[in-house]
Structure formats: C-alpha cells, structure tokens
Design a protein around this ligand. Sequence first.
Ligand SMILES: NC(=O)c1ccc[n+]([C@@H]2O[C@H](COP(=O)([O-])OP(=O)(O)OC[C@H]3O[C@@H](n4cnc5c(N)ncnc54)[C@H](O)[C@@H]3O)[C@@H](O)[C@H]2O)c1
Length: 288
Amino acid sequence: MNGVDSVGMSVRRVLVTGAAGRVGRAVLDLLAAEGIEATALVLDDPGDLPARRVVAGDAAEPGTVRTALEGVDAVIHLAAIPTPERDPAERVFAVNTQATFTVLEQAGLAGVRRACVAGSQAANGLAFAARDLHPAYVPIDERSPSQAEDPYALSKLVDELTAATMARRHGMGVVALRLPYVGGFDERLRDFAARCAADPGLHARGLWAYLETRDAARACVLALDVPGTGARTVLVAAPETLVPQPTEELMRRYHPRAELRSPLPGRTVPVDLAPAREVLGFTARFTL
Ligand SMILES: NC(=O)c1ccc[n+]([C@@H]2O[C@H](COP(=O)([O-])OP(=O)(O)OC[C@H]3O[C@@H](n4cnc5c(N)ncnc54)[C@H](O)[C@@H]3O)[C@@H](O)[C@H]2O)c1
C-alpha cells in the first residue's frame, strides 16, 4: 500500500485545489487509497478524477471556494500557475496570491483547522531569476534568505506570509511545503535526470533536488497531520540529487561562494531535510 503512515487522523474529508494537475492527481489517488474522501476544486472538470465531489471554478473566487468547502475538514491547496515563464508577471502574482488568500480565508471562516499549501523551493529566487544567483549557504533551509526577483518566487513568499496570517487569524495549523522539481517516473522525471546528468548546469538553480510526484502527494497529506496551530514552512526533497556527480564537486563548480555548513557526501541533496522528517515524518520513497 502507499502508506501515509500516521494518517490515522481526525481528517476525513479533504478539499484538494488544483486537483487535476500533476501533484493534485497524485494527492487524489493517495487519499482514495487511504479511504479519505476528497472534494476536487478544478478550473475545468476533466471527468476522470477519483473524488467524491468535483467543483469547477476559480480558487480565487470566494463563492466557489465556499461551495467546495462544504463538509470538508482539511484543505490541500495546490491551485496555482506553477511557473512565471508562460503568463504575464501580473497574472502569475495575482492568481497565486489571491487563490491562496481566498482558500485559506474561506477555510478559516468555514471552521477548517488544518491546511497544507504548496510552496516552492523557487521561493529562494534562484530558479527563475534572469541572471545566475547562488545560495548563501548549503544545505538550504527554511531560513535561507530569499533573493526573489521573479513574480512566481514572490507569489510563493507571499503565500507563506498569507499562511502565517491565516493561521493566527483563524487559529489554524498550516504547513507551507517548499517543493523542489516534481515529476513522475512515468513522465518527465527520468528524462530530466538524464539531461541533467549530461549537463548538471541545467538544474544548478534547483540545486539538483527533486521529488517524485507520489512522494510530493504523500508530503502534502502528512502535512495535514501536524498537530497544533500556527504556520510552518517545510522543505521537502528526495535525499539524493537527480545527477550522478558528487554534490560537493557540483557546489564547487556552480556555486563556489556558497558556504558549506555541513558535509554533503556522495549525491546528498543540499537541502536540510531534518524538519521534513521531524515535523512531517516524511522521507521520500520513490528515488532514482
Ligand atoms: N511541479 C513542480 O515541479 C512544482 C515545484 C514546486 C512547487 N510546485 C507547486 O505545486 C503546486 C502544484 O503544482 P503542479 O505541478 O501540480 O501544477 P499543475 O499546473 O500541474 O497543476 C496546477 C493546477 O491548478 C489549476 N489552477 C490554476 N489556477 C487556478 C485557479 N485560479 N483556480 C483553480 N485552479 C487553478 C490548474 O488548472 C492546474 O490544474 C503548485 O502550487 C505549484 O506552484 C510545483
């Protein structure tokens, strides 16, 4: 079985926004396998989602979100424009931040007390900057200073502030999961890994981190099980990079001024995964 491990929790009905997307579909599959009822909020109903209810509409629209929240006791909010590369900057920022505000505000008003929102490792600013940026130190962690210059990174930073605000405003527990590059073994992940093996520079901005789609889904579901109120930002990734080259060698070549705060033997991913283990009980299972 997929095994969420600790989801023997009080959460029985979950709203998943962006449920027709890459991560959303994997979340619906996992919830179904765990016997947890799902409501899917999607822009357009693709007709094949394994959810008890499907609500079609905009996650930034309060009435739509209120309808989707009926009977729900937790929310996994994934709906977003996941890159700044296709849409105008204003739209990327506005859609992402407004959807997160609306979903958490309506969830709080509806009495929902547990939420997970999809953040991004790209909030550090490296992934989509117009020039090469470098981390101040590795392993990166949730306290790494952001160098955001692009609207997507900014939207994800604002989403984390929104999560913290809504946690206080409504007495909720909210986890913002900073996801790295996410892909399935059956789709883009192996191809991307092969291209990065040939040219590690392709993913230097992502610090060669990745998460298989089913692991991303499991982290989202585990985030609903974090006790207490307040907001947490947690980085998740597979424990090793998606390239064969040793990480310290890659760091010296692509980010030579980054401070190495702890040894990164072999292919160790330069991301601090201790909070993911300690807060979520999460370790990736689907690794290259
Ligand atoms: N895939 C990655 O590599 C990656 C990495 C870091 C973070 N993330 C974040 O994870 C989340 C899920 O990503 P994904 O890869 O599944 O993306 P995706 O594009 O496959 O899915 C996102 C879904 O959200 C929907 N959506 C967008 N705006 C909406 C709105 N206003 N109302 C309702 N639905 C809306 C889209 O139609 C899409 O189906 C996103 O928040 C993304 O920013 C993804």
